[in-house]
Design a binder for this molecule. Sequence first.
Ligand code: PGA
Length: 242
Amino acid sequence: MMKINEFDKIIVANWKLNGSLEFIASYFEILNSFKFNSSVCGIICPPSVYLQSCFNNMESLFLGAQDCSNHDIGSYTGEVSASMIKESNCQFCIIGHSERRQKFNETNFDIKLKSETLINQGVTPIICVGETIAEKNNRSTKDFLSKQINESLPNEYVSNSFIIAYEPIWAIGSGMTPTLDEINIIHSFIKNEINVNECKVIYGGSVKFSNAKEIMNIVDVDGVLVGGASLDPQEFAKILKS
Ligand code: PGA
């Protein structure tokens, strides 16, 4: 398992359903021309068929998958297991992204099982949580997050066995973000909800170079999860350096 407590910041690129062999070759040619601070844990999460190709092309960053099966083996057509992800050189795996919860009907219980199978394989889960605009407007964000966190986490865990990504659904791909104060309040709330001394909580939702630094300067923000802006290697390199 990665010792994530050794890093100051965790910066994740979520490529979603984007990329090709040609894209990967030119992406890493640009990214590899930058030198990054070793206190930053940069993680690239491509579609799973491209994990090996990214691994072969990347020099200083880590690799993550975007999802995994909650089953270890068997008749589950189309699924990829945590042990396969581990064998593909991944140290990390995003689970419970709101797109998977909303478009593929994933439940908190599914996420819990996925987090357990990943931890058993020594892969660090990046567990996504976040409220809809309706919950935000109803002022029920904290109640909603509390339930989501308590139901999605593994039964037993120790400090730094997973990362939480706080991604308000209304902020994803919209160009809108919560205020810095709001992010601060929610991140410290999440840390208080989790029964360990230390848990990394990163922020996701419309992060780009122009706002990454101010967001990462918030005390309880341990990094960022970047979607759209991570597809541009210059932009992502600037975020890794900010
Ligand atoms: P975005 O996506 O940076 O494009 O808003 C973030 C995410 O969905 O992980």
